[in-house]
Design a protein around this ligand. Structure first.
Ligand SMILES: [Zn+2]
Length: 310
């Protein structure tokens, strides 16, 4: 089993302590019209990631895709300078972030494009994505282009074996995403349903877990949406129901103001504050190791297909 990083394949067990949903080089300002959402200063990001590394962080799943200011050469540079594993993404985000040129594409065209990035590398760099993500739905609905994008992503995931990581807007449409994957026979253990710490219903998150999908509690530290105490209470409830093998953690930074240098939570927020809080609640080291190491290792390994022994 292996994981595809921006510096090539690594054995899955080398991934180590992993943040499952981050952005290291991203620009959402085209749509958001807010300069704060342009996080493209490598030196600042590297300084912040040093804190993540100092607390044991070893790998980042970087889910910035086409339309979000993706530049995988920058990810490669960060990976080399920090000696940090970084996994890059293929796909598009959600309406209205999808680039103009792809708005009219159908699911087959989108699938072909993702598969070509997976096989040949991204935009002529030769750097290959290791995940299809973050593929998103809107608040409480799928826009038509998002339906095409999901189906294209499903096709690419089936053909390539790459994991498929989703965005849900404020946690909504998680079950609808699961139903789409089930209908299309994409194995649910190849799927990560995103932003479920923003889902207001623990019951729905439990249904997603019951489906076999991985669940990302990946906006930790964004306390404007929800307090981390609430996130912690939900996580402990999910662990109590026996789902400790399917949960992933991250912080999803997208703004300059999220960096420690600007008073933000920083990429180390999960390791610095959330994990110690879990320990105080009596969560065992074995479970913490699953959340940070073992579950990402399983979730981001490329699923080998029938007869494919690479
Ligand atoms: Zn994100």
């Amino acid at each position: 089993m292996y994981v595809q990083t921006v510096l090539g394949k690594i054995p899955s067990d080398q991934l180590g302590v992993c943040a499952c949903h981050e952005h290291l080089y991203v620009d959402l300002s085209r749509i958001k019209k807010d300069e704060d959402t342009r996080l493209q200063d490598l030196d600042l990001v590297i300084d912040d990631l040093q804190l993540f590394k100092r607390l044991g962080g070893q790998s980042i799943i970087e889910v910035t895709n086409d339309g979000m200011g993706r530049d995988v050469t920058k990810l490669q540079e960060i990976s080399r300078r920090l000696n940090l594993h970084i996994v890059a993404s293929t796909g598009c985000y959600k309406d209205p972030f999808i680039p103009d040129g792809k708005l009219t594409w159908n699911r087959e065209q989108l699938a072909d494009w993702m598969i070509s990035e997976i096989e040949e590398g991204i935009e002529g760099t030769g750097i290959k994505p290791g995940v299809i993500g973050e593929i998103g739905s809107s608040l409480n609905e799928f826009k038509p282009i998002e339906i095409e994008m999901f189906h294209g992503a499903i096709q690419a995931a089936k053909q390539s074996g790459l994991p498929l990581s989703t965005h849900t807007t404020l946690g909504t449409c998680a079950l609808e995403q699961v139903e789409m994957f089930q209908k299309e026979n994409l194995p649910l253990d190849q799927v990560i349903i995103g932003h479920q710490d923003l889902n207001t219903s623990d019951g729905i998150v439990l249904e997603v877990l019951e489906s076999g999908a991985f669940v990302a509690l990946d906006t930790i530290g964004k306390t404007n949406y929800r307090s981390d105490e609430d996130r912690l209470a939900s996580l402990i409830a999910f662990i109590g129901k026996g789902y400790e093998d399917q949960i992933l953690l991250s912080s999803d930074l997208t703004r300059k103001s999220h960096l420690s240098a600007f008073g933000g939570q920083g990429y180390d927020v999960v390791l610095r504050t959330f994990i110690p809080a879990l320990r105080r609640e009596g969560v065992t080291e074995d479970v913490i190791n699953k959340l940070l190491v073992k579950n990402p290792q399983k979730a981001f390994s490329i699923h080998s297909r029938k007869g494919d022994l690479r």
